[in-house]
Unconditional design. Structure first.
Length: 445
């Protein structure tokens, strides 16, 4: 994908900041171009170079830029990816900026900001916020004699069976196939991924085996769609849009995708609720300032603009998402109540899901966690490491070798080849969906 580069005004000697976003190329005309134009108008002589990459390309591209001493000033991270860079000392602590400008700090809900808080620092600010939610077909529920969403795990499994109707080619449940997205199902059963100090896997329990077995059995009976374990993003969204599933465990951002492809979704036919027990997994995006930024203060000004009420509200309205800006989100809830009541229900469910967070473990030390399998790094990362290994090597706290920062050179490039992310581990249900007996062999080691 070619880089998107936009700049307005300025001259040959203009200062330039580079911004890297996560899969937002489609928002060029409606969002980024006008926001950047406003920023440049407010900062004469400054130009913004905007780069965008799909999620599958993002990490390798960012690391390549860092090796080339062309680190972007501002980076929009998805999910917990920020933590791996923070652990290597590669992103700026924004807490001092927030302390100087309390009016900016007041924009955000502390419970949301806590997602990017560790080691007495604030390492990112929200670009969008949302969590997993349970969507359900009101007509399917009514046909099964069900009046509202399930409140417990046992009730959920009962609803899965009752809403399955082979005559209509309708199954009771489907899920997005992201490993961390499954964790509401586990957390509501009291299953923990790690022990309290996050040094050892804690999920290899009889209860885990029981839950996985129940899911496998329901899949084998045709009550849970196999797409939950074989699809990814497009396939589950498309299947729910077709009306083939009574319930759907999905991220907040799924709503706009399945609604646009659906003929049945309306305020009268779609219900949205938190998962039974209130457990939820965030999957937000957030702005960080990179440590190697040559213009950190300008980078901060850009982050301030993008998290302002004006631009946060505009972004939220485009995709029916929360922005993390309290005033913008409150305004958008009212906007959608008038224009799209189902979207308003999604936003309100997200705002109510801040007290029982799972799937967001703040540890990049995955290679050290006992009982968690290590995943080898991709070849591109290994090649990147080899090409960047100039000068002495040091041991990082995670035990992997990485180049040291020497003099005024660039910060060390993160070595992700010896690590995996806990949120993406453990619960690979594909084999369970195709072979229910696999559940009997469940073992975390």
């Amino acid at each position: 994908m070619l880089a998107l580069v936009v700049g307005y005004g300025g001259n040959a000697g203009a200062e330039e900041i580079t911004v890297l976003t996560w899969n937002h190329a489609s928002l060029a005309e409606t969002y980024y171009n006008p926001a950047i134009a406003e920023f440049e108008a407010a900062h004469p002589g400054v130009k913004v170079k905007w780069l965008d990459r799909k999620g599958t390309e993002f990490n390798a591209f960012l690391q390549t830029q860092m090796v080339a001493n062309a680190t972007p000033d501002v980076v929009e991270f998805q999910g917990m990816l920020w933590l791996e860079y923070q652990d290597k000392g590669l992103i700026e602590n924004m807490a001092p900026y927030l302390a100087k400008e309390p009016d900016v700090a007041a924009r955000f809900d502390p419970k949301i900001n806590d997602y990017w808080g560790i080691a007495d620092g604030q390492w990112a600010l929200p670009a969008q916020w949302g969590t997993t939610l349970l969507h359900y077909s009101i007509p399917a529920f009514k046909a099964a004699g069900i009046s509202g969403p399930p409140k417990t795990w046992d009730e959920f499994m009962d609803y899965v069976a009752r809403t399955t109707d082979p005559s209509k080619q309708q199954v009771g449940f489907i899920s997005l196939n992201f490993d961390w997205a499954f964790w509401p199902m586990l957390a509501t059963n009291g299953i923990e991924l790690l022990n309290e100090d996050m040094t050892k896997a804690a999920f290899n329990t009889p209860k885990m085996k029981e839950v996985v077995t129940a899911l496998a059995d329901a899949t084998a009976k045709g009550q849970i769609s196999k797409t939950s374990w074989t699809g990814r993003w497009v396939e589950p969204n498309g299947e729910f849009a077709d009306g083939r599933d009574a319930m759907y465990l999905a991220f907040y951002s799924s709503y706009s995708f399945f609604k646009s492809a659906s003929k049945w979704v309306s305020p009268e036919t779609l219900g949205t609720a938190q998962w039974p027990g209130g457990w939820t997994v965030p999957s937000p995006q957030a702005w960080s300032i990179m440590k190697d930024s040559k213009h950190p203060d300008l980078a901060w000004e850009f982050v301030k603009l993008m998290t302002s009420k004006k631009w946060a509200a505009k972004y939220g309205q485009i995709y029916a998402l929360l922005s993390g800006n309290k005033e913008a989100d409150a305004e958008n809830v009212e906007y959608f109540k008038k224009n799209d009541p189902s979207a308003a229900e999604v936003l309100e469910a997200n705002l109510g899901a801040l007290d029982k967070i799972t799937g967001a473990w703040k540890t990049p030390k995955n290679a050290e966690i006992l009982g968690v399998r290590r995943r080898s790094g991709c070849a591109s990362n290994r090649q990147l490491r080899a090409s960047s290994a100039t000068g002495p090597r040091t041991r990082t706290r995670s035990g992997s070798a990485s180049p040291s920062a020497v003099g005024n050179g660039p910060s060390p490039i993160p070595d992700f080849t010896a690590e995996t992310r806990p949120r993406t581990l453990l619960f690979r249900a594909t084999s369970l969906a195709s072979d229910a007996t696999a559940a009997s062999h469940f073992d975390a080691r």
